[in-house]
Ligand binder design. Structure first.
Ligand SMILES: Cc1ncc(COP(=O)(O)O)c(C=O)c1O
Length: 298
């Protein structure tokens, strides 16, 4: 099965998809992106993804130059043509082709490049994680703010490589103050004294869409939650830990720095609750919203 992509509105087989060598996304990582789950043709959390894409672009001093309805239609057409069933969709927006390979924004005068990748969905939900707290720190908010989902992921690439080289399957990065931030491509929750706790956005993390949905669901379910700075010692003393993201949902941490965690039973119950919640949300919220967007794109 060949995967498809959509480059500036044209659907192409992925191996043949080309972006010019002078594209600023290629030269400087000058781009933003979203990874979206599509079930039976319906993206989950579309509004949240679009709004984060816009915020990420604003964080790079970019204003998105293609309308949401146009992108919705391109996604719909590409997902329909690919016919994978449940799909992984990656939307990448670069600052476009530069007039010269020069970082100065004065050379960025072209339209943005919009690439949509569509692949079969592979979820890592429930897969136990061996987590390691790595030396490499999360980049500082005063540099490239981790809240911006940009095409420059090298910090995370290297943090994950560090964890992998030590036998773990994912990393936790601390920030420059020594507080816990997040994993390579996922947010983190810790169960402490009966409450689910996750680092606040101010720690320098991506505002994960799954993280937000879980916080809301836990509160709705009457469980104790907090957004509070966590230390390395807090993680070590936690009763349970899990990672969450669009492609993971909820994945229990089975080992932290090589030591087995005692339990993941509360994580397993939450995971069931979350799966049910997503199913309900898809029919009650995501499907009508997507239909409305596509109708508006005609
Ligand atoms: C650094 C980082 N943190 C957290 C997440 C989880 O975000 P979401 O739940 O929106 O997928 C991701 C997702 O790719 C990420 O890259």
């Amino acid at each position: 099965m060949v995967n498809l992509c959509n480059i500036d509105g044209v659907i192409t087989q992925e191996p043949a998809g080309r972006v010019p060598v002078s594209d600023r996304g290629f030269l400087f990582g000058d781009s933003v992106y979203e990874v979206i789950r599509v079930h039976d043709g319906t993206p989950l959390f579309w509004d949240e993804h679009w709004s984060r894409l816009s915020r990420s672009a604003a964080g790079l001093m970019m204003a998105l130059d293609v309308d949401e309805h146009v992108i919705a239609r391109r996604i719909h057409e590409t997902v329909t043509a690919a016919d994978h069933g449940d799909s992984y969709v990656r939307v990448v927006v670069t600052r476009g082709v530069g007039d010269a390979p020069n970082i100065d924004l004065a050379y960025a005068n072209s339209p943005q490049t919009w690439v949509i990748l569509v692949r079969p969905l592979e979820l890592a939900a429930g897969k136990p994680v061996h987590l390691r707290i790595v030396e490499r720190v999360r980049n500082d908010r005063r540099a490239l703010d981790p809240a911006v989902k940009s095409g420059n992921y090298l910090n995370n690439v290297l943090a994950l490589a560090e964890a992998r080289s030590q036998g773990a399957t994912d990393c936790v990065m601390l920030n420059t103050d020594g507080a816990v931030t997040e994993a390579s491509t996922a947010n983190l929750f810790a169960l402490r004294q009966g409450a689910w706790c996750t680092p606040p956005l101010g720690a320098g993390i991506l505002a994960g869409i799954t993280r937000r949905a879980i916080l809301d669901l836990l509160a709705e379910d009457g469980q104790r939650v907090c957004e509070h700075p966590l230390t390395r010692e807090d993680l070590m003393a936690a009763d349970e830990l899990f990672l969450c993201s669009t492609l993971r949902d909820i994945s229990p941490v089975s080992h932290l720095d090589g030591r087995p965690m005692n339990s993941s039973s509360r994580t397993a119950s939450l995971s069931h609750l979350f799966t049910e919640h997503l199913r309900r949300q898809r029919t009650e919220r995501d499907m009508p919203r997507w239909r409305e967007l596509l109708d508006g794109s005609r």
